[in-house]
Write a protein that binds this ligand. Structure first.
Ligand code: NDP
Length: 307
């Protein structure tokens, strides 16, 4: 039986691990299916305080992990596939192994949303990507397409013009969810062509195993046409990683954990930290702050439980 188990090894989970380890609680961190979280998928981080010259995302998150390990946090490779929060101690199924814990910090983050076309799924990592900062480099001088109408899509489209010959931004509506400044920037970029209202119907590889083109449909006129592209970046939002907790705690309609004040969830002794609850700020520094809050809450909960 553990004092505290932390699900997730991104900024939130690692910070919770540093705090709970320093409090002598011997935390167990379950690294999850994307170890290091979203920072491990980025390059330069320029807005994390304390690094005047910036720092690489993977280095930042690795440093946090080392810091937590220095105080005794134990990291385990694995993913929580099932949970029982109905009684104490809380039980977690990590890839078939059941783990019991007196308190739990859920810092499992949010994962990229996909179009869910079989042809798209087949070509992830072979021309289909959800991370421009990770994969943009591979498309120097190439034809790139970005799908989405939010800030992420605008940001990725702008970023990808550093590499691509042309970036086509495809969005399903004529109105954009993106903030005006981000949309204006994309519209003013001569290398970005915006196509609306349109949807990607099929991703093609022409038998090569790499993306060669897409089939697009105009959602107003029904017109269908083909476009040659080398890289397809899907930027249509994220899905919080809360599947094992569905029906066991308050989640909102999109699956994000509902906060019950501070880092508290609807289940006593279970706390949230980072993007699994935060759909607004989604920053490394806010996730780190949330990890600290969850750790302090868990510490106080355990202390109160003992008295
Ligand atoms: P959003 O939820 O804001 O936007 C998702 C976009 O994808 C929408 O335009 C949506 O279309 C579209 N979409 C969703 N599902 C599908 C689908 N199945 N097929 C086609 N299109 C689809 O997500 P973002 O990731 O863009 O942004 C998330 C949050 O992060 C926002 O609050 C954003 O402001 C913030 N952010 C801020 C940045 C910054 O300030 N620098 C940078 C990046 C993100 P529709 O509009 O029709 O629903």
């Amino acid at each position: 039986m553990h004092n505290v188990v932390i699900i997730g090894s991104g900024c939130a989970g690692n910070t919770a691990a540093i705090y709970t380890a320093r409090a002598g609680l011997n935390p167990i961190v379950i690294a999850g299916h994307e170890p290091g979280g979203q920072l491990s998928l980025t390059t330069e981080v320029e807005n994390f305080p304390g690094f005047p010259e910036g720092i690489q995302g993977p280095e930042l998150v690795e440093n946090m992990k080392k810091q937590a390990q220095r105080f005794g946090a134990e990291y385990r490779h694995g993913t929580v596939i099932e949970a029982d929060l109905s009684k104490k101690p809380v039980r977690l199924n990590m890839d078939g192994e059941w783990i019991e814990t007196r308190s739990l910090i859920i810092a499992s983050g949010a994962s990229a949303r996909w179009l869910n076309l079989p042809s798209e799924q087949k070509l992830i990592g072979h021309g289909v990507s959800s991370c421009a900062t990770c994969d943009g480099f591979f498309y120097r001088g190439k034809e790139i397409m970005v799908v989405g109408g939010g800030d992420t899509a605008m940001e990725e489209a702008n970023f990808l013009t550093r590499f691509g010959r042309r970036v086509t931004l495809v969005h399903r509506r004529n109105e954009f969810r993106a903030s005006k400044i981000m949309l204006d920037r994309a519209m003013a970029n001569p290398k970005i062509e915006i196509v609306t209202p349109a949807a990607v119907q099929e991703v093609e590889d022409g038998g090569t195993g790499l993306v060669t083109g897409v089939t697009l449909k105009n959602l107003e006129t029904g017109e269908v046409w083909r476009r040659e592209v080398d890289g397809l970046f899907v930027a249509i939002g994220h899905i919080p990683n809360t599947k094992p907790f569905a029906g066991q705690m308050d989640l909102d309609a999109d699956g994000y954990i509902v906060s019950h004040g501070g880092a508290r969830t609807s289940v006593t002794g279970v706390f949230h930290a980072g993007d699994v609850q935060d759909r607004v700020y989604r920053q490394a520094i806010t996730a780190a702050g949330a990890g600290c809050m969850a750790a302090i809450e868990a510490e106080r909960y355990l202390e109160a439980e003992e008295h």
